[in-house]
Write a protein that binds this ligand. Structure first.
Ligand SMILES: Nc1nc2c(ncn2[C@@H]2O[C@H](COP(=O)(O)OP(=O)(O)O)[C@@H](O)[C@H]2O)c(=O)[nH]1
Ligand SMILES: [Mg+2]
Length: 326
């Protein structure tokens, strides 16, 4: 059967999609309507299509990272958390805020090689004519699905290339149980290659599943902490519009465990629902999540080296200054 788009007025050339402004025509509702059996989010199909053009503006795959490496090695922020924790919506909201003129304090947005990918996520967060928001579709849970989104930022004269690595929460939960599982390749890649992490704690899941969710978070945290090796991590309490409904003892237990595993981490509450304008949880904190990591990534590490001079007889090392001496 010849597969077709159901929109006779679509002006996009063959292989492209006007609605998505990209080659992702199979994700367009007009395409799906006509071809109900078409696969969504199959990475193999996505990569072969994006290979037709060297650069399309859609999300990158690990093999595309060279495209954003001309200035230097980009920093990868690994997005970690269970399924449904609000990871993909966070990225959509971050782009929405930048697009609408909100700014990081120390970093200016100077561009992106994945504008079509960002736009696609942000589109879900726009209000529909009924005043409602459609959140992004669930992220595919196949082990070869990667959604790498690029931001170029500037701090004074310094340019900085950042990549957010989003994969499926199911895969990360599976990885926390067995890091060698053949079905968790993308989680392994994100963990190995990221310079910093955002760790999601889903307030809604803690309200609904209490101890079971706490256990899941703690197990994931334990695995992330194992080979962290000083890489910065920000803990995000997502869907924090609901945070006061979490049972106090469950919340305390999660906080204590995370503090134990990540004593240096910043902890931030975020929400995609704003109550005010500006709104702390939505407008300020969503930006802070990334800004705190950026600042840490760009602070030179303190050296713990102190010369061990012991009881040296060398007068140069024994000299303590002339102040106070006669
Ligand atoms: N209450 C509340 N729900 C949210 C918020 N953000 C997202 N959600 C819900 O969480 C669901 C999962 O979000 P998603 O970003 O796809 O999660 P992911 O699987 O971690 O990428 C969405 O479909 C929304 O229903 C929020 O700020 N507050
Ligand atoms: Mg997702």
């Amino acid at each position: 059967m010849l597969k077709k788009c159901s929109n006779p007025d679509c002006t996009a050339p063959k292989g492209l999609c006007a609605t998505h402004a990209s080659p992702e025509y199979e994700n367009c509702s007009n395409w799906k309507q006509k071809n109900t059996k078409s696969a969504i989010g199959s990475t193999k199909q996505r990569s072969s299509k994006s290979k037709e053009l060297s650069w399309t503006g859609v999300e990158l795959q690990p093999t595309d990272i060279g495209i954003v490496s001309h200035r230097g090695k980009p920093s990868i922020i690994g997005i970690i958390g269970a399924a449904n924790a609000g990871k993909t919506s966070y990225l959509g909201m971050l782009y929405t805020l930048l697009y609408n003129g909100k700014r990081f304090k120390n970093w200016s947005f100077v561009g992106s090689y994945t504008l079509a990918g960002w736009e696609k996520l942000a589109m879900y967060l726009r209000l529909d004519p009924n005043g409602k928001v459609d959140f992004p579709e669930p992220t595919p849970s196949n082990p070869d699905f990667y959604c790498l989104l690029h931001l170029a930022l500037r701090n004074g004269h310094d340019f900085y290339d950042l990549i957010f690595a989003d994969t499926s929460g199911e895969v990360f939960t599976q990885w926390s149980k067995n890091v060698d599982d053949i079905n968790v390749e993308n989680a392994r890649w994100v963990y190995k290659n990221s310079s910093s992490f955002i760790f999601f704690v889903d307030c809604e899941a803690l309200i609904k599943n209490m101890g079971r969710e706490k256990q899941r978070i703690v197990q994931l945290a334990a695995q992330v902490a194992k080979d962290l090796g000083g890489r910065p991590i920000t803990i995000v309490w997502s869907k924090a519009d609901l945070i006061n409904d979490i049972r106090e003892n469950i919340k305390l237990a999660v906080e204590r465990s995370l503090d134990n595993y990540f004593p240096e981490a910043d902890v931030i509450e975020i929400s995609n629902y704003s109550k005010d304008d500006p709104d702390k949880l939505c407008h300020e904190n969503n930006l802070n999540v990334t800004e705190f990591l950026l600042d840490k990534l760009n602070t030179p590490k303190k050296s713990n080296l102190t010369p061990d001079i012991g009881n040296t007889s060398d007068y140069f090392f024994r000299y303590k200054g002339s102040y106070g001496s006669k």
